[in-house]
Write a protein that binds this ligand. Sequence first.
Ligand code: ADP
Length: 165
Amino acid sequence: MNKKRIAIYPGTFDPVTLGHVNIVRKASEMFDEVIMAIAIDNYKETFLDLEERTHLCQEALVDIPNARAESFEGLVVDYAKRLDTNIMVRGLRAVSDFEYELQLALMNKKLSNEIETIFLVPSFEYLYLSSSMVRNIAAVGGDVSTLVPKCVAEVLKNKRYNDKR
Ligand code: ADP
């Protein structure tokens, strides 16, 4: 029997956007299983905590049967080894992503020579969408319902409401 082809899609997902989901959907058509891997992130202050980010990613993927979300600690290359895969997916938007993503891919390759990074480009409408943009719009009460999964829009709305009280 052939080995199951698993792709890891690592990131901070703070919060997950429709752009991220678009990338998972594309990857799910290319691989047997796609795992959205939410980094615990010790070096970056996040807007949503790990449990919230993970839960929202899980909800955002419910209708993609061969995709799931879970958090991981430590180096992504070690996490990949634990899952017995060498494929990592990352999303590429505008030119500005390229330099950083290339650096990351080369560093991961240096850390573990078997790792291969595959870049997927999102559908046109998500090319300029980022988690930071969503956070900024939500912070001033803007409507993010066309940019994020429904569950994320709800959480952002409640967060703002609670913050105001
Ligand atoms: P990071 O891991 O750098 O904190 P994110 O969690 O924001 O990044 O995103 C994870 C991956 O998804 C990165 O490769 C990023 O370039 C990509 N990505 C982010 N937003 C989009 C989008 N709208 N369309 C496609 N890819 C995206």
